[in-house]
Design a protein around this ligand. Structure first.
Ligand code: GDP
Length: 471
């Protein structure tokens, strides 16, 4: 277990924060630290409720070779400029030392009262790379091509697929051809993830976020349409791509799991369920597959490569649907239910006997307030907020200054309906009315002290993730 692993003084806990791009990792970590260091209101966090939480300080993190999470820069953007900070593009970490009064006499007499919380931020796309380790290049190519030919993806994959069918895998190993195929393949992955499709299954994970590995041979490959049998001829394009695929596993995938993932004690997986809902049924089903793959990383078989390199066991995993402030509170529980439905099967399949898994809906930063607006004799549960400059809804372009009331729509009471084709006569789920709002103003007291960032249910998430370690 994590306790006392790094220092004799205080126990430490390594908390991984992940999720696919734009799920809300940067905002979540920034809000968590801001609330703990600025006396945030956290009534569902037991140490806060019982008055035992004393405060928290940012300390130098442990690993000289890992970038430090830019908390101060992110807070400045959120609170001074009221713009959202830059999203996660690579791994980073930060140490927060939390001071508390132990709840037990024994704990107090043992001098307990500090927890070093190491927060590790990394892209969820990297977890989707784990299954690649058990695949050879032929299987990777076949599956990736099959997925690209699914009806929902064919249009965005067309350029890359056409180009791929025009090259001969048995032809000469040509760097330029490999580079071109890689560029087209990456453009297709970007289109699947972005825009209105919001698909989640987009491995290899680093192709969308290459960081400082951009352009290196280990990242410059793409699937090929291969024959079912036979080996790659020497010096063929096939052999070149295959060797790069293997290099990707060796220099990118395995080191991440061995050095970073294997050291985590707890994990929060953030999920932008609302974006997937707006992407439609296929986006939801795709997200379900991706969450299944992500969950499988936390329970690898003992005989698998990961099972053997894990030095400790993750004992709590939280799945959190983010950006709940885009909905009226009547829909918050429904959002949680949809995420539960998305993870149910994977949780059952991975048989999580050893780890506690929980599901919550939250907004790390609450950018909206609520109001009921009466229209045509009907009361509509609305949210109030300032849409970001450049946001467009119903032909109205917002200037980033005016506050508006928006009826975002309701989530269905029964999430099952979202996962199947609507029956005859049954109305399909309408997309939510979705606008990106500016971060909220931070209140300052009469004494000039700035208060913490407002949130929704962040305290519940904290209670599950670290509450027991502050006992
Ligand atoms: P990352 O890629 O996982 O690091 O995602 P970010 O944390 O950068 O979040 C991506 C975007 O989602 C932000 O720029 C915000 O527009 C939005 N966002 C994230 N969290 C919240 C939240 O709690 N409330 C609201 N209203 N928007 C959020």
């Amino acid at each position: 277990m994590a306790d006392f692993a790094f220092s004799l003084g205080s126990p430490s806990l390594r908390l991984g924060v992940t999720g696919l791009s734009r799920a809300g990792k940067t905002v979540f970590i920034t809000a968590l630290i801001h609330n703990l260091t600025h006396g945030g209101r956290l009534p569902m966090f037991e140490p806060w409720r019982s008055g035992r939480l004393q405060g928290a300080d940012i300390r130098p993190q442990l690993h000289p070779d890992v970038p430090t999470f830019d908390y101060r820069g992110h807070v400045r953007k959120l609170t001074d400029a009221r713009v959202w900070p830059e999203s996660t593009r690579q791994i980073s970490e930060l140490r927060l030392t939390i001071a508390y009064e132990s709840a037990t006499f024994l704990g107090r007499s043992l001098g307990r009262g500090k927890l070093d919380l190491d927060i590790v931020d990394y892209p969820g796309e990297w977890l989707l790379d784990l299954p690649l380790l058990s695949k050879d290049y032929r299987a990777f190519s076949r599956e990736t091509l099959e997925r690209a030919r699914e009806p929902r993806r064919t249009a965005i994959a067309a350029d890359w697929l056409t180009h791929t069918s025009g090259v001969d895998p048995l032809g000469p190993a040509d760097d330029e051809v490999a580079g071109r195929l890689h560029a087209l393949f990456s453009t297709y992955l970007g289109a699947a993830r972005g825009g209105s499709l919001s698909l989640s299954m987009v491995p290899p994970g680093r192709f969308l976020m290459p960081g400082d590995l951009a352009g290196s041979p280990a990242l410059t490959f793409a699937p090929l349409d291969l024959p079912d049998t036979g080996e790659a001829p020497r010096d063929s394009l096939w052999a070149l791509m295959e060797s790069r695929f293997e290099a990707y596993k060796d220099v990118v995938v395995r080191p991440f799991f061995r050095t970073h993932f294997a050291r985590l004690d707890r994990q929060v997986v953030l999920v932008d369920v609302l974006a997937a809902l707006n992407g439609g049924r296929e986006a939801l089903l795709d997200l379900e597959v991706a969450l299944g793959e992500i969950l499988a990383c936390f329970r690898p078989g003992h005989s698998s490569w990961l099972g053997q390199v894990l030095t400790r066991r993750i004992d709590r995993i939280l799945f959190a649907a983010t950006k709940a402030d885009h909905l009226h509170h009547v829909s918050h529980d429904r959002l949680e239910l949809i995420l539960r439905r998305l993870t149910d099967r994977a949780i059952a399949r991975a048989s999580f006997s050893g780890a506690e898994v929980d599901v919550k809906a939250l907004a790390a930063v609450r950018a909206t307030r609520e109001a009921t607006v009466r229209r045509n004799g009907e009361s509509l549960p609305c949210i109030l907020g300032v849409p970001q400059e450049g946001e467009l809804l119903d032909d109205h372009l917002y200037d980033g200054k005016e506050e508006i009331a928006l009826f975002p729509g309701d989530l269905p009471e029964n999430p099952q309906a979202l996962f199947r084709e609507p029956e005859v006569g049954e109305p399909a789920f309408d997309a939510l009315r979705f606008l990106r709002f500016r971060p909220p103003p931070v209140e300052v007291t009469a004494e000039g002290v700035s208060l913490s960032l407002p949130h929704i249910r962040l305290d519940r998430a904290l209670d599950f993730l670290i509450g027991d370690r502050l006992a």
